[in-house]
Design a protein around this ligand. Sequence first.
Ligand SMILES: C[S@@+](CC[C@H](N)C(=O)[O-])C[C@H]1O[C@@H](n2cnc3c(N)ncnc32)[C@H](O)[C@@H]1O
Length: 248
Amino acid sequence: MTPEEAHLYALVHDGAPGDVEFYRTVTADAGRVLELGCGWGRVASQLACGEVVGLESDPGMRAVGASRGFTPVEGDMRSFDLGTFDFVIIPFTGIYCLLSEDDLLACLRSVRAALAPEGRLVFDAYAADRFHEDSLPEDYPDDLLELVAEIEHAGEPLLVYERSTWDKDAQRVDAHYVYEREHGGEVIAEIEIGHRYLLSETLEPLLARAGLSLLAMRGSFDGEPFDTETSGSLVVVACRDDAGALEA
Ligand SMILES: C[S@@+](CC[C@H](N)C(=O)[O-])C[C@H]1O[C@@H](n2cnc3c(N)ncnc32)[C@H](O)[C@@H]1O
């Protein structure tokens, strides 16, 4: 993305309610924290721990971060070596940006290598189980542009439309955002975001293949248990699979 596109993206995707407070509380006593896919630093810049490193692959996001006083490190969450961390966090559905199982496993294995013996991986995303089971392909016609936001950018109002395509077998939702000056008017930006969502029952075995153990799967930042039928969010905590052994 260009910095302007990253700024426009961030105006629409400004986090899940309570997420900054949640990550700030969870990591408050930590020494080193790594945020993967930190964007411009919306969460990372608010943490109160000893040291925060934000990793981000998109140059536009990094530029927006730098202009706001938080400079993400350039890198790829599938392969990184930035030392050892007490927490690795992946807020706001960043883990769904990994578009294949190989990419997801590569990321989780890099997380495993980066975690201190008692370290924790914490991530959140939208819950996809119910949507995956109940939605129909016709709910996602390729030509339907829906108004999803009205924002102000550089002193002028903009309309933001979204068109999504869904591939159930691949667990892919690809969203196309169009930013217009007025309905049917000049298009000032178009942004594509691809997601490969996760089903909750696959999480534990996936984590295990990367040498991680699932500690908790919650349905909200308030700690409610995860329910495939009713939860809108998926909040996951994992540790190294040798953490128990180290404690013994
Ligand atoms: C959904 S956004 C979340 C941004 C930020 N964590 C927040 O909560 O506002 C996901 C971010 O991950 C970044 N990203 C996607 N794939 C990545 C990769 N392989 N390595 C590093 N960053 C990546 C995107 O550019 C984007 O900024």
